[in-house]
Ligand binder design. Structure first.
Ligand SMILES: C[S@@+](CC[C@H](N)C(=O)[O-])C[C@H]1O[C@@H](n2cnc3c(N)ncnc32)[C@H](O)[C@@H]1O
Length: 215
C-alpha cells in the first residue's frame, strides 16, 4: 500500500506534489533521528554547500568505485551519481534498514546499490560487487557517538579498502575524528564549511601511494 502511494507521489504533478516530494526526505530523516539519535547524530541532513565542498577534490574521470557510509536519505548520494561516470558504481552502506529501503525504492540507477550493513564490513561488502578496492570512501557517520572501538575499526578497514592514493572523505561537527583517522592515515587535509547547520569540519585522508621505482 505504502509503495503504491509512493509511486503515485513520484509521478504526480503540481505544487502540492512537488512540496511533498521535497519534504519527504526531511520527514524520513527526522523520524529516524527520533528513533536512533546516537546512530544518526544530526537532526537535519547536510547542506548543498557542504556536499559541493566535500566532493570538490574528487577526480571523477578516474573513479570506478565510490563508497558512501551512512547515506541517510541520500543528501550526498544523488549529487555523487550526477557526477559519476556512466560505468562507475556507488555502494552506500547504512546500519539503518529504513534508510536502505527508502534509497533503494527512491533511486532508480543501475550504478547504485544501498546495502544494509556496517562500515566495519566495507571490504566484504565491496567484494560482493566484484571489487577489491575503492577509489573514494565518503563518511557521514557520527564518529563521536559510535559505540566504543567502532570508529578506529572503521578507520583501519577503510584504509585497507582504499586503493593507494585513494581518499577517505569525512565530515563532522567537531575535530574528534582527526584522532581516530591519524593512526591509519598520515596525510589529512582539513577545512571548515560555514554554510551548514551547524558549520561542519571536513577531512580528506589520503592513503599513501607507493614511491615510484628508481630507474
Ligand atoms: C548524520 S547521518 C548522515 C546522513 C547524510 N549522509 C547527510 O549527510 O545528511 C549518519 C548516518 O550514519 C548511519 N550509521 C551509523 N553507524 C553506522 C555504521 N557503523 N555503518 C554504516 N552506517 C552507519 C546512520 O544510520 C545514519 O544514516
Amino acid at each position: 500500500m505504502a509503495t503504491v502511494q509512493l509511486k503515485k507521489l513520484q509521478k504526480a504533478h503540481g505544487p502540492v506534489a512537488r512540496a511533498l516530494r521535497t519534504l519527504r526526505p526531511w520527514a524520513t530523516f527526522f523520524r529516524q533521528f527520533v528513533k536512533h539519535p546516537a546512530m544518526i547524530g544530526s537532526i537535519i541532513p547536510s547542506s548543498n554547500a557542504l556536499v559541493q565542498s566535500m566532493l570538490a577534490p574528487v577526480d571523477w574521470s578516474t573513479t570506478r568505485l565510490f563508497v558512501e557510509y551512512g547515506p541517510g536519505v541520500g543528501t550526498f548520494t544523488r549529487p555523487i551519481l550526477d557526477k559519476m561516470r556512466p560505468d562507475a558504481m556507488l555502494v552506500a552502506i547504512d546500519t539503518n534498514a529504513d534508510f536502505v529501503r527508502y534509497l533503494n525504492g527512491d533511486i532508480a540507477d543501475h550504478r547504485f546499490r544501498a546495502v544494509h550493513g556496517s562500515a566495519v564490513d566495507v571490504r566484504s561488502i565491496i567484494a560482493e560487487y566484484g571489487f577489491s578496492e575503492a577509489d573514494y570512501i565518503l563518511s557521514g557517520l557520527p564518529f563521536s557517538t559510535l559505540p566504543e572501538g567502532v570508529g578506529p575499526q572503521i578507520a583501519e578497514e577503510t584504509h585497507a579498502a582504499l586503493r593507494p592514493g585513494g581518499t577517505f572523505l569525512v565530515y563532522q561537527y567537531s575535530r574528534f575524528v582527526q584522532a581516530v583517522l591519524s593512526p591509519s592515515f598520515s596525510k589529512i587535509d582539513t577545512a571548515l564549511e560555514w554554510i551548514n547547520i551547524p558549520p561542519c569540519r571536513m577531512f580528506w585522508a589520503t592513503k599513501e601511494a607507493p614511491l615510484a621505482q628508481a630507474a
